[in-house]
Design a protein around this ligand. Structure first.
Ligand SMILES: C[S@@+](CC[C@H](N)C(=O)[O-])C[C@H]1O[C@@H](n2cnc3c(N)ncnc32)[C@H](O)[C@@H]1O
Length: 235
């Protein structure tokens, strides 16, 4: 098959940043924590058969929530601190963001987070069907140019697998500051099997009750853009 690597892994172009400036010594030390904070074999080399992860071993009977593209991890850490009875998995390919999150996990002493330092698509391959009770996609990369819209997360390539791993009735929260991203989200997410829960404009203008503003949101607000908070339910 010409759209796969020799290992069997599909070609998945990742257009975002993986490395920023070099890690500080402390951040390098935090990266060692990935050893015990990994959710299990996610990569194609470690798990060529794509065997589903054993979430029960990781979290026991606790419900599991997923954050895709956690950036520097402020929201993930906030949620994990608020909800010790939930198991969290975060996915983020940007190494500097991962290192920052790991530092925050150490500082807060949190025990209920697992981290996939890579593409959420690889993680979604191996999440058991219907295993995720809530998912967060907060300020996904905007890809503003029309010819790049197909790189956005709210496309069938991403939403199909996300739908597969979410439990029926699970909540999906999407935040964005880009009006055209709202348009595409409201077009694509319902097509992928989700229902938009907004009843009044306040429902998408106001953040969720347990929200903490993320680094990207702070920048967007400083630059005069408006936040949109979209809540869906997996059908
Ligand atoms: C605009 S940033 C927002 C970060 C953070 N959520 C925030 O609000 O500050 C988008 C993030 O999504 C990550 N990302 C992009 N594609 C991804 C993918 N396929 N899987 C996981 N994360 C991804 C990027 O690396 C980047 O850190």
């Amino acid at each position: 098959m010409n759209n796969r690597h020799k290992s069997g892994a599909p070609w998945r172009n990742f257009y975002g940043r993986i490395h920023g400036k070099g890690l500080r010594p402390a951040q390098k030390a935090y990266m060692a924590d990935l050893e015990h904070l990994s959710p299990g074999p996610v990569g194609w080399n470690d798990n060529p058969d794509r065997t589903p992860l054993d979430l029960r071993t990781l979290f026991g009977d606790r419900p599991v929530w997923l954050e895709i593209g956690f950036g520097s991890g402020e929201h993930l850490v906030h949620q994990a601190d608020l909800h010790p009875d939930i198991g969290f998995i975060g996915a983020e390919p940007y190494v500097n963001g991962v290192a920052t999150l790991l530092g925050k996990i150490r500082k807060a002493g949190l025990k209920n987070i697992r981290v996939h330092a890579g593409d959420a698509r690889d993680l979604m391959d191996v999440l058991p069907e219907g295993s995720i009770a809530k998912a967060f996609l907060l300020y996904p990369d905007p890809w503003p140019k029309a010819r790049h819209h197909r790189r956005r997360f709210v496309t069938p390539e991403h939403l199909g697998p996300l739908h597969k791993c979410l439990a029926p009735g699970a909540e999906l929260r999407i935040a964005t500051d880009i009006p055209d991203y709202v348009r595409q989200t409201l077009e694509e997410v319902p097509k992928a099997g989700f229902e938009w829960l907004a009843e009044t404009p306040d429902d998408w203008r106001n953040p969720w009750n347990d929200w903490v503003s993320t680094r990207y949101e702070q920048k967007a607000l400083r630059e005069g853009r408006k936040a949109h908070y979209l809540t869906f339910r997996r059908i």
